[in-house]
Every structure is written in C-alpha cells, then in structure tokens.
Design a protein around this ligand. Sequence first.
Ligand SMILES: Cc1cc2nc3c(=O)[nH]c(=O)nc-3n(C[C@H](O)[C@H](O)[C@H](O)COP(=O)(O)O)c2cc1C
Length: 193
Amino acid sequence: MSRAAKTSTPILSVLAQRWSPRSFDPTKSLTLADLTPSFEAARWAPSANNAQEWRFLVGFRGDATFEAMTEHLSGWNASWAPNAGAIVVGMFEDDPENKARDYAPYDLGQAVAHFSVQAHADGLFVHQAAGFERDAMAAAFSVPESWKPFVVAVVGHLGAPELLNETLLARETAPRVRRPLDETVFTEPFPSV
Ligand SMILES: Cc1cc2nc3c(=O)[nH]c(=O)nc-3n(C[C@H](O)[C@H](O)[C@H](O)COP(=O)(O)O)c2cc1C
C-alpha cells in the first residue's frame, strides 16, 4: 500500500514517503538503540538561541513506562498506539519570565520533525499525537512544573491495515490530501478569503 505524497514537484524521497499510520505491527519491538539515530537527529534540530529546550521521555512496549503512557492517551489514540514499539513524549520548557523561551514549542516541533524524518529513513513509522492528557502524563512521570508534555510520537514498524477496526481502517486508507501550494505561498499581501 503506497501512501506516498503526490507532490507537485519532486521532493526528498523520505519526505514524500513519510506518513502517519495507525496500524503498527504488534509482533515487532524496539529498543533505545533503534531510536538513537532519531534522537540524534532531533538533537541537531535548530532552535531559537540554540536553547534546545526540549526533552523526550520514551517507553518501549512491554515496559512500565510505555504501559503508563498508554493510560493517558485520549480517544482513538488509546486504541491504536499500544501496538507500537515505542511512545515518545515530547516536552518543552515553559518560562513566562523569559521572552527568549517563547519559541520553545516551535523548537520542540522542529526537533520532532527531525526525529520523524530520521525514523522514516531508518524504516520506522511515526504518528504524532496531541490527543493525550497532558497534566496526567506530567504527573505520572513527576515532570517538573516548568516542563510541558506537548506531543507524543508513536513509533514502530508498519502493521497491516486489516488489524484496525472499520473506522480506523477507513482513515488509514483515505486519500492523503493537502492544500495546494498556490493557496499556501504568496508573494503579495495576505490574500483575502
Ligand atoms: C501536533 C500534531 C498532533 C496530532 N495529533 C493527532 C492525534 O491526536 N491523533 C491522530 O490520530 N493523529 C494526530 N496527528 C496526525 C495528523 O492527523 C497527521 O499528521 C495529518 O493528518 C497528516 O497525515 P500524514 O502525517 O499521514 O501526512 C497529529 C499530528 C501533529 C503534527
């Protein structure tokens, strides 16, 4: 099943091939060594003032961290994510007193993008999700007040779509769509809508 992006012009293969599955292979496991290149890619993401105000908590299927993480996923995420090999909780440091920290969530996003692209290049799939209970996740792992769990990156080997229920199967196989480039990029004042 090719889910490659239908791009208007050629782009890097890894970017065209990356997509966010819900079906992960429950027979395949991951270790920290498997994810080290992805974390290293995240480490080398750019950030405002090179502040690097991101942290990642990772659980692997079968360990207590992973188990606890799955308890704080919301909605459908709680049904598909537990088959993945790992769950990564991405956090940024929030410091209202420090204007330079305004970009922390943006920087975390860039780090997770680096992570996702490297993981895909390494044969893994990443599905980011905001659907989780942030406060409960923070409490479960004694995250200090200033650190905000903001996104989870569910990582694993691609599973067969047939492992999903009807609703998720429909989403898994729906066409991948994007707004056209000419509605996204402009060279004159912001277009009226
Ligand atoms: C910050 C963020 C939050 C997301 N939250 C969820 C989520 O809670 N549940 C989900 O199934 N997908 C979630 N997604 C995945 C997006 O729906 C998905 O990336 C988008 O539909 C594009 O699909 P693609 O990644 O396959 O190209 C999230 C993605 C991002 C970047």
